[in-house]
Design a protein around this ligand. Sequence first.
Ligand code: GZL
Length: 369
Amino acid sequence: MVLTSHRRGLRVTAVLGCALASVLLAAGCAKSAESPAPAGGGSGNGGQQEVSGSGASGPLCSAAQYGAPALDLTKATVGFSQSESTSNPFRATETKSITDEAAKLGIKLIQRNANANVPQQNTDIEDMIAQGAQVLIVAPENSDGLAPAFAQAKAKHIPILTIDRTVNGTACSDFIGFIGSDFLGQAKLAADDLGGALNGQGSVAVLQGTSGNNVATDRTNGFNQQLSAKYPGIKVVASQTANFDQATGQKVMEQILQSNPDITGVYAENDTMALGAIQAIRAAGKTPGKDIKIVAIDGTEQCVRNVASGVMVADVETNPRFGPLAFQSLRKFYGGTGEPTGVPTTVIISDHHFTSTNAADALKNGDVY
Ligand code: GZL
């Protein structure tokens, strides 16, 4: 789905509108708008391409099917469990989107932040249940580690909607469903951006995200699959985690440069690690964008500025603006909104793709965060 206007309001509304259409119709947005640019579609060619159009899949899930009591959200207490520090603009924007939408709807929201600590996120969820949360929105730190808290919520018939990362388990039973980006598609697009910038030749380093969640797994696998399929002349000479963290990204990149001084490309699985890598590259006396080409994923303002200035090749957005879609999904789950009851168990949120051809416009139009 290619949007004709980049105004944030229209973009979010259009995405939300389409997503709502897909939530309502359980059909992909492609039916209600131009087909989305295919993931792995190569560098942007003007305009802001969507990595994957908003879409929905999986069966519809309702409170009755899940086994949750009826609930009027406007009279309920909703709990929001954030996984990581809001020092990461992705997390800050995600949290703000949830809190702003709750305030707009007059819904009582309680929230916790686990600072990337899995045991703490279990405690946070259990604390909010004890505090009276009747339904939860959870941004999971880990795909497996939250089973204790999810089991407690399930036993108490307190539904959980997961956003931004998935958890292992059964949708519409262990949790309602998932709203997030197409992480494999993001990674394949990043591989095409880097492969194009390197003219298909060179040695690259991969800064992986935190292990144990589907985002890092998909972003690593998608990148490697695309390189193998399309860029046999590009070799991954180092690939290790920097935990989605800037300081760790800088430290890991310093080590990689010491043992691989001739690398020509870097793929960072999020923007904060890319910023750390750029610091390390400069400290090593190299020029990012000239000596070493860099691509990353998230679409934060600082990295899109780097794309506009040529320091980075491209930045694939991870749209963190879950608020409107999450609460609309909950309203569909509980029904009583005059529309058909039930929410698809997977809703893919639409992302931009920032390259040298559209980064300046995106900054001017406020399409970054
Ligand atoms: C993606 C999210 C990732 C972001 C990173 O949905 O889980 O985690 O891309 C964040 O910035 O650390």
